[in-house]
Design a protein around this ligand. Structure first.
Ligand SMILES: *[C@@H]1O[C@H](CO)[C@@H](O)[C@H](O)[C@H]1NC(C)=O
Ligand SMILES: *[C@@H]1O[C@H](CO)[C@@H](O)[C@H](O)[C@H]1NC(C)=O
Length: 308
């Protein structure tokens, strides 16, 4: 194997024209101790030189990624790579072309490519946008927060549809849940843009199904409005805790200190979350105050209020 002992980098790049994700890679010689800032071991035009040098930020893929052979394109300043998964006998090799396999993650196991359950980028690497990549230490946690927001917004959406049912018929609560859904959706979207602006990238995970209407009917029993608001409140508090922790992390002195992120969280998420939690807590408190015999009336009044 001629490329044995090489250190590999890969670059994920979105093609604006085709919308196709191209995964591009660079190989450099690693006879020297690993030095990611070394130039690629290929002919590179000076125009591309700068961009290739930035690959220094990449982590090389793990050994189970198999081996790679890459060709360099001066036009795009990128590397298109085939991943080779050697068989145990070392004779033939399966080749996985990255362009075709897009963003799925494959592992090379005993001569076969196995797709990983969790979709991820092929390698944990991306085209570095150095100009904007300013000390963004919190990408993974931001990614977690985006996924959390999408998860809760999905839950709210399920609740909105539940309250809209003819036999539940609480249009005000349905609207409240729709507003919550929409708020978290837009927060998630804003955070994704923020991460991109800072030169990071976001991976979206699976979102679990929401509770079925039958489960909700049983679970929320007679106080359907109040119990749903309490669930929403719980979800909103969980998100808020995550935002606060991230905010705290961005405020701590040291490498992870990130005033820009801190302000972004304050301006966007934090103030809105506080208001939202207050609103939900308020509805919950007022519903709570109604004794069993008056609850239906109270729920009706609060439902109508949400429509106003
Ligand atoms: C996503 O939401 C579900 C409820 O719909 C919840 O059980 C699960 O814990 C949530 N996951 C995360 C990561 O917040
Ligand atoms: C905050 O930092 C701690 C320690 O580095 C880490 O374990 C935690 O996941 C971070 N939390 C968030 C929400 O960023």
């Amino acid at each position: 194997m001629t490329n044995r002992g090489f250190v590999l980098f890969c670059v994920l790049k979105m093609s604006l024209h085709t919308g196709v994700l191209l995964i591009l890679m660079v190989t450099i010689s690693s006879i020297q101790p690993t030095d990611y800032s070394r130039d690629a071991n290929v002919e590179i035009s000076s125009r591309c030189q700068k961009r290739v040098k930035r690959c220094g930020q990449f982590k090389p893929p793990k050994p189970e990624m198999g081996e790679m052979s890459c060709s360099f394109s001066a036009r795009t300043c990128g590397f298109a790579c085939d991943l080779i998964c050697p068989t145990p006998e070392g004779k033939t090799a399966l080749v996985l072309n990255q362009k075709r396999h897009g963003r799925d993650m494959y592992l090379c196991t005993a001569g076969n490519w196995k797709r990983r359950e969790t979709p991820q980028t092929f390698c944990k690497a991306q085209w570095p946008v150095k100009e904007v990549r300013q000390n963004l230490h919190h990408v993974e946690n931001l990614n977690g927060l985006v996924n959390k927001l999408l998860n809760t917004s999905y839950f709210y959406l399920g609740m909105a549809s539940f309250y809209e049912r003819a036999d539940v018929a609480l249009p005000g609560f349905s609207k409240l849940m729709t507003d919550l859904w929409s708020a978290d959706q837009s927060h998630a979207r804003d955070l994704m843009s923020y991460v991109n602006k800072r030169g990071g990238y976001i991976t979206l995970y699976d979102i679990p199904r929401t509770p079925s209407h039958e489960v909700l009917l049983l679970k929320l029993s007679s106080r359907i409005g109040q119990a749903g608001v309490e669930m929403a409140l719980q979800a909103a508090r969980e998100v808020n805790e995550q935002v606060l922790e991230l905010h705290k992390n961005a405020t701590l002195p040291g490498d992870s200190n990130d005033p820009h992120l801190k302000h972004a969280l304050e301006d966007g998420l934090l103030s809105s979350k506080v208001e939202l939690i207050k609103k939900l807590a308020d509805v919950d408190r007022r519903l709570h105050a109604f004794p069993e015999e008056d609850y239906a009336v109270g729920e009706y009044v609060l439902d109508q209020e949400q429509l106003g």
